[in-house]
Design a protein around this ligand. Structure first.
Ligand code: LLP
Length: 419
């Protein structure tokens, strides 16, 4: 599942001791395993080999240039959601023919840039957006492929912030309106080739049933519309596969494929997938150094040099990340503690009520596991904290793939105006 393992009593990423990285790069630092990243991509590729889908890695999970570029080298396309992500995709030289673009709020400039890049699909999320894509494409004298992101009204049974396909959610277009778009509006949209359906129902989904429901609904719609001459050739089934953070038992790529391949294999459609977390989540950890151990009459706080600005998932979604001291001693006495950062909010915590070695002391290093997805990409400069460094390990070598920010970086766009 991942390549972070203890050798004797020391945590290693592949063949590099994480303490060595800490000594040379400092903390907080995200450390990723190249092997885990690529293995996860290959797991999906292999599971779906029968239909050879296009796997567009969802770069919002981790958009580091080296990471995306290594995945692209191994055959991935890219799923983007903003002009910034398009800029990154172009920087690593991924072919436009392997880029798909979702988002409820694509601006005119973003749309124009993506059309000029020759992206494979916009996943359109509203009629006004579709009309704007049509008019921008016309101006640029291009005919642009568009998929309709449908909202199938399926509950993915995941955290309500990352459930995206219930009718109350802002995403996608309801089935009735989607029908009308394909059968009526499409005739007016001369610069758009409406030839795809996209469905993404949420993230960290542990069961297969919601995926099956959404795909069945999509296929029924496509069959109905194609009988009437819609010409739909592509089905994008989104991302959302859950991973193990604690005791989850999510489906493996094979389980997922076994359940949905029978639905897809005779459809004649070209299938696109958009996994993010499944590829990057367990491929990364966040290393933090203990600053203080603070015992109060109520509880113990282990205060570290990473905080909610580095990893917001615990504060934002109450997410669980395992905490592992990088030097393990199995016989150690344990004591419950909260692992917290230095930020001035009680909501700034990385873990609550964890049984950690009682002997933990300043300068010891803790690893926050499964921090490869939605870790660095959601980080911020809150409290004027510099964003962490990122390191990629491959075998017995490691590469700094993001330098730690400097204080000068923090203010590089600011001006003390003469007011
Ligand atoms: N495709 C679309 C259109 C998406 O919106 C997303 C994620 C994905 C693919 C990739 O989903 P994944 O395979 O990673 O589940 N920040 C949250 C997760 C937000 C997911 C947003 N959309 C978290 O930390 O749990």
């Amino acid at each position: 599942m991942h390549d972070f393992n203890f050798k004797k009593d020391q945590l290693f990423c592949e063949n590099v001791s994480v303490e060595k990285i800490v000594k040379e790069v400092g903390t907080p630092v995200f450390v990723y395993s190249h092997k885990t990243l690529v293995d996860h991509l290959i797991k999906i590729k292999t599971a779906f080999a029968k239909i050879s889908p296009l796997i567009c890695y969802s770069m919002k999970a981790n958009s580091n240039l080296t990471i995306c570029s290594e995945l692209v080298k191994n055959g991935a396309g890219i799923d983007i959601v903003s002009g910034g992500e398009l800029y990154r995709a172009k920087k690593i030289g991924v072919s436009g023919k392997k880029i798909v673009y979702a988002s409820v709020g694509k601006t005119e400039t973003e749309i124009a840039e993506a059309i000029k890049t020759g992206i494979l699909f916009f996943n359109a999320e509203s009629i006004p957006e579709l009309e704007l894509i049509n008019s921008v494409a016309g101006r640029l004298r291009k005919k642009q492929n568009v998929a309709i992101r449908i909202n199938p009204n399926v509950d993915a049974h995941t955290h309500h912030y990352i459930t995206t396909a219930k009718k109350q959610n802002k995403f996608g277009i309801d089935m009735g309106t989607s029908r009308k778009i394909f059968l009526q509006l499409s005739k007016k949209l001369k610069n758009v080739k409406l030839c795809g359906v996209h469905v993404h129902i949420g993230s960290q989904i542990e069961e297969v049933t919601p995926f099956i429901q959404a795909i069945k609904k999509s296929l029924a719609l496509i069959n109905e519309l194609n009988k009437k001459g819609a010409g739909i050739t592509h089905l994008n089934i989104g991302g959302g596969l859950g991973i193990v953070y604690r005791k989850e038992r999510p489906q493996t790529a094979d389980d997922y494929a076994r359940a949905i391949l029978p639905l897809l294999k005779d459809s004649g459609l070209k299938v696109i997938l958009e996994p993010g977390r499944f590829i990057a989540g367990n491929a990364g950890i966040l290393l933090a150094k203990i600053t203080y151990v603070k015992d109060t009459p109520a509880k113990r706080f282990v205060i570290v040099d990473a905080a909610m600005n580095d990893l917001i998932r615990p504060s934002f979604y109450d997410a669980y990340h395992e905490i592992v001291p990088v030097k393990a001693d199995k016989k150690e006495k344990l004591k419950k503690a909260d692992v917290v950062g230095a930020i001035c909010e009680s909501g700034d915590f990385i873990a609550k009520d964890r049984r950690l070695p009682e002997a933990l002391k300043p300068a010891d290093i803790l690893a926050v596991m499964s921090a490869g997805a939605y870790g660095f990409t959601m980080s911020s400069n809150y409290n004027s904290r510099r964003r962490a460094a990122e390191v990629l390990v491959k075998g017995n070598r490691y590469f700094i793939i993001t330098k730690r920010e400097s204080y000068a970086d923090l203010i590089r766009n600011e001006v003390v105006a003469k007011v």
